[in-house]
Design a protein around this ligand. Structure first.
Ligand SMILES: NC(=O)C1=CN([C@@H]2O[C@H](COP(=O)(O)OP(=O)(O)OC[C@H]3O[C@@H](n4cnc5c(N)ncnc54)[C@H](O)[C@@H]3O)[C@@H](O)[C@H]2O)C=CC1
Ligand SMILES: O=C(CO)COP(=O)(O)O
Length: 325
């Protein structure tokens, strides 16, 4: 049995820790908050972020990043905008880093795998992404993910550590594609939430998923992603999941905006991260730089900036008619 490090003890990091521990591995789960660490170790529950999940005693929470860095593999699961600072503090070893967060760095427009490669050039970098609500994974419900990485030996080793009948990693070499799907779908999930909150109906939501997927594909292809990755678990799969359920933080943020609640207030009252709110403005800039049209992303940005819901929807619907392809 091995030692697996998980860096970031929110809902997803904790669920991934449980996956590795259920496979018999010792798990070192890093959090920056000593009170959370103490509570997880005392109660075997992460009550603020993953309430109700009984955690394996093989999971040891810690604030000691150097101790976690000794693990055979480290899963990186902090909020995207915190990823670089945590990677900078993480002692450099040559072991694999598995990026499991979904977002784009605001200051650099870099994907998380690019940030990881820049900070830890000797580590193989992989991406784990897909339709994975943390609370379902923690309950052991069937889940499939894309595990992307160019280093086939590292990818096989990571798959071996985390795979279980109810947690199926599908291998891919398309790191960029796996990341772009996860980052973009968070923005589109906000848009789908708006449709729900504003009461625009199921037809509109399905149209938004399909046109959002077209938007994700245009951007992904421009950045070097493969079409089949975008149509797979980490792209379309995750888009469908998060555009369909209030269990998605991004969708529920959008639903509040759609009901007319101010985005700023909704974000201020949240403890958990809705990555789409941070990805949207970065994505809009990155898309403009790549010459890619992303009208739904632009609409989400306008709504996050406080534009009235009705005006934003009317502007989207008034766009000139065009070919679907
Ligand atoms: N929750 C889910 O179902 C899934 C989440 N993800 C992704 O995983 C990443 C983490 O999300 P969750 O675990 O859900 O977040 P969360 O909202 O449940 O918890 C965030 C965690 O990050 C910590 N944190 C906040 N700022 C930090 C900083 N500056 N440095 C270090 N730690 C910091 C918080 O204390 C908390 O422990 C996100 O990118 C998210 O998109 C991916 C798949 C599923
Ligand atoms: O990424 C997720 C599921 O795959 C979680 O989505 P939310 O962050 O919108 O809750």
């Amino acid at each position: 049995m091995s030692t697996v490090g998980v860096i970031g003890a929110g809902a997803w990091g904790t669920a991934l820790a449980q996956v590795a521990a259920s496979n018999g591995h010792d798990v070192r789960l890093w959090a920056r908050d000593p009170a959370l660490v103490a509570a997880i170790n005392a109660t075997h529950e992460n009550a603020p972020y993953l309430p109700g999940a009984a955690l394996s005693p093989r999971i040891s929470a810690t604030t000691d990043l150097a101790w976690v860095a000794e693990a055979e593999v480290n899963l990186m699961v902090t909020p995207a905008q915190a990823m670089r600072s945590v990677l900078t503090a993480l002692p450099a070893r040559a072991q694999p880093l598995v990026v499991s967060s979904k977002g784009i760095e605001a200051s650099s427009h870099l994907l998380m795998s690019e940030v990881a490669a820049a900070e830890h050039p000797d580590s193989p970098v992989l991406v784990l992404s897909g339709p994975t609500f943390a609370h379902e994974v923690a309950r052991g419900l069937p889940t499939a993910v894309t595990l992307a990485g160019e280093d086939t030996a590292a990818r096989a080793r990571v798959a071996d550590l985390i795979a279980a009948p109810q947690f199926r990693p599908y291998a891919s070499a398309d790191v960029i594609g796996a990341e772009i799907g996860g980052a973009v779908k968070n923005v589109l999930a906000i848009a789908c939430g708006v449709v729900e909150g504003a009461g625009l109906g199921q037809n509109a939501r399905a149209a938004l998923i399909a046109r959002g997927f077209a938007e994700m594909t245009r951007f992904g292809l421009a950045k070097g992603a493969r079409a089949e990755t975008l149509a797979g678990l980490s792209g379309l799969g995750d888009l469908v999941l998060t555009c369909s359920s209030t269990a998605s933080r991004n969708f529920s943020l959008g639903a509040g905006i759609g009901r007319g609640e101010p985005a700023r207030a909704l974000l201020a009252e949240r403890r958990t991260v809705a990555e789409g709110a941070y990805t949207a403005p970065v994505l809009r800039e990155a898309a403009a730089a790549a010459g890619v049209e992303m009208p739904i992303t632009a609409a989400v940005c306008a709504l996050l900036d406080g534009a009235p819901v009705r005006a934003v929807i009317d502007a989207l619907l008034a766009r000139p008619l065009r070919d679907e392809g």
